[in-house]
Design a protein around this ligand. Structure first.
Ligand SMILES: [Cu+2]
Length: 122
């Protein structure tokens, strides 16, 4: 949320500077150009973050390479506890069963999480 607000603010400031530098052009053209810039910036890949936590496994789909975890808070990603699905390679899931308590690590690209490490909790 804060990051998005910061991006929006910096884009607004940037658009303002561009508008000041091109006073000869019609305002409508400037608005369209600014909107195109916004779209391009939003489509850029987000920075991948790494996090770790503990969870209870609530569903496994080995064929699709997906696991659903009821996970605790993840400080690195500023996530509260929640239940959600992640992509996971089948070899990470082969010794895991629904109901298992696990310790896991993930990469989060801003839209989807991929499990990079998954172990039964001791
Ligand atoms: Cu989550």
């Amino acid at each position: 949320m804060n990051k998005l607000t910061a991006i929006t603010l910096s884009l607004a400031l940037g658009a303002g500077l561009v508008a000041c530098g091109k006073q000869g052009e019609a305002p409508k053209t400037e608005e369209k150009a600014a909107m195109a810039d916004d779209t391009g910036t939003m489509a850029a890949p987000a920075e991948t973050k790494h996090g770790k936590g503990t969870a209870t496994v609530t569903a496994i789909d080995t064929a699709k390479g997906q696991v659903t975890l009821d996970h605790g808070a993840i400080a690195e990603l500023e996530w509260p506890p929640m239940t959600m699905g992640f992509a996971a390679k089948p070899e990470l899931l082969k010794d895991i069963k629904v109901g298992d308590k696990v310790a896991f690590e993930l990469n989060w690209d801003g839209k989807a999480g991929t499990i990079t490490k998954l172990d039964k909790a001791p």
